[in-house]
Design a protein around this ligand. Structure first.
Ligand code: ADP
Ligand code: MG
Length: 404
């Protein structure tokens, strides 16, 4: 594997004075121009610091949101660059375009050990183009800004995009500390995880997580299911789910998983009680949470969290686990009335004697919102999609390309 030491060797022994393009994941949640969770910026710091300390001229390329291939001030990385500067305690330069005049001038002005951030890479249509030539042409322009490339945006390594994949083919490259730590953890989860190995899945939709459920039924000992996806499982068992999130077209698939789990001896835990309300919380009306049996959801209600009995049972099922992977909140944790199931799972995870991994943007935001410290967990992944695809057994283009 190419790391920073082999990269320095490839550049003549040292990174000093070299322009190093770093693909980072700085895709933080924003409320206007206010960053509501700077976890991803913090996670990017170690690699940026290491490169700057070694005297590299660091050029950060990243995306924010989905501006759709054209400049949109609402998605400018300027506030992110400012926050990065605060966290580093150093001046961070900002280019108002990605590969244009401002980018060239900003990179040219960098001194050894200085850091610059380029404007949102998704302001350029070439970044996410499905057309290899178009993506390649954009990657050429990015590569022209640097002497080497470091891939450290774990949240995007499953994407075949110019700043993730194509640019690595054009420059000497290495894996950054963040990507390398993520891959290490994923290898531990897929290699020979210490048992019992429990997986907790939640979040909004089953259809997002079908591939991973499929694969985990072959490796995990226990599968705990909550969140919005659980109602499709409950419905698959023949229960009434009222107005809860339900993916009608996945009922057969869920039935299949339940049968497959029985055959493989994988224990599937579904909630026995749920917290319901008569409407999705919209901030306008005070929530009126009610606990009902999972097989007795009233027709006019929708499930928004796992109930207290289930939360205790889930915590119990995690107590003796030696490896836990958790993706997806147990309920609509954004609203206090529906956050207790997620809190119980997070609380159980931090007690795990072994490896506990939290994957998924909303799951990571949930544990922080609920007041848990990152350090309480074995690992909080910065890339939900990438972790899931890895656990599905897929090859990640942004990782494969680094191995050449
Ligand atoms: P992650 O980003 O961790 O992978 P997801 O994006 O799959 O997680 O899902 C997170 C979202 O799921 C949260 O916004 C949460 O409010 C929502 N959610 C959880 N439980 C329910 C539910 N019962 N009904 C509707 N949405 C839910
Ligand atoms: Mg999400």
């Amino acid at each position: 594997m190419n790391d920073l030491t082999t990269l320095a060797a490839a550049l003549g022994g040292s990174l000093r004075g070299s322009r190093v393009l770093v693909r980072a994941d700085l895709n933080v949640p924003l409320d206007g121009a206010r960053i509501t969770d700077d976890g991803r910026i913090r996670a990017s710091l170690p690699t940026l610091r290491t490169l700057a300390d070694q005297g590299a001229r660091v050029v950060v390329v990243a995306h924010l949101g989905r501006p759709g291939g054209a400049p949109d001030p609402a998605y400018s990385l300027a506030p992110v660059a400012a926050r990065l500067g605060e966290l580093l305690g150093a001046d961070v330069a900002f280019a108002t375009d990605t590969v244009g005049e401002s980018a060239r001038a900003t990179v040219d002005a960098l001194e050894d050990g200085q850091i610059a951030v380029l404007e949102n890479v998704r302001f350029e249509a070439g970044e996410t183009s499905k057309d290899d030539a178009e993506r390649g042409a954009f990657a050429d322009r990015l590569a022209a800004l640097a002497d080497a490339f470091v891939s450290d945006g774990f949240g995007v390594v499953h994407r075949k995009q110019a700043s993730v994949y194509d640019v690595a083919q054009r420059l000497p490259h290495a894996m950054g500390a963040l990507v390398s730590a993520e891959i290490d953890v994923l290898r531990r989860l897929t290699g020979s995880p210490e048992r019992p190995y429990a997986v907790v899945l939640g979040g909004s939709k089953v259809s997002d997580k079908l591939g991973v459920i499929d694969n985990l039924l072959g490796t995990a000992d226990r599968l705990l299911i909550g969140g919005g996806m659980v109602f499709t499982f409950l419905a698959a068992q023949g229960h009434e789910v009222g107005k809860s999130l339900l993916e009608q077209d996945q009922l057969e698939t869920c039935r299949g998983y339940l049968a497959q789990a029985r055959e493989a001896g994988v224990e599937i835990l579904l909630p026995t009680d749920v917290v319901v309300d008569t409407a999705f919380p919209n901030g306008e009306r005070e929530p009126e949470p009610r606990v009902v049996a999972a097989d007795g959801i009233p027709a006019d209600a929708l499930g928004l969290d796992i109930g207290p009995e289930s939360a205790a049972a889930f915590a119990d099922a995690l107590a003796d686990a030696r490896t836990v992977f958790w993706n997806g909140p147990m309920g609509v944790f954004e609203v206090d009335a529906f956050a207790e199931g997620t809190r119980a799972v997070a609380g159980a995870l931090i007690e795990v004697d072994g490896l506990s991994v939290v994957g998924g943007g909303d799951s990571a935001a949930a544990v922080r919102r609920l007041g848990f410290a990152d350090a309480d967990f074995g690992h909080i992944s910065t890339g939900g999609g990438a972790s899931l695809e890895y656990l599905e057994g897929k090859q990640l283009p942004g990782i494969a390309v680094l191995e050449d």
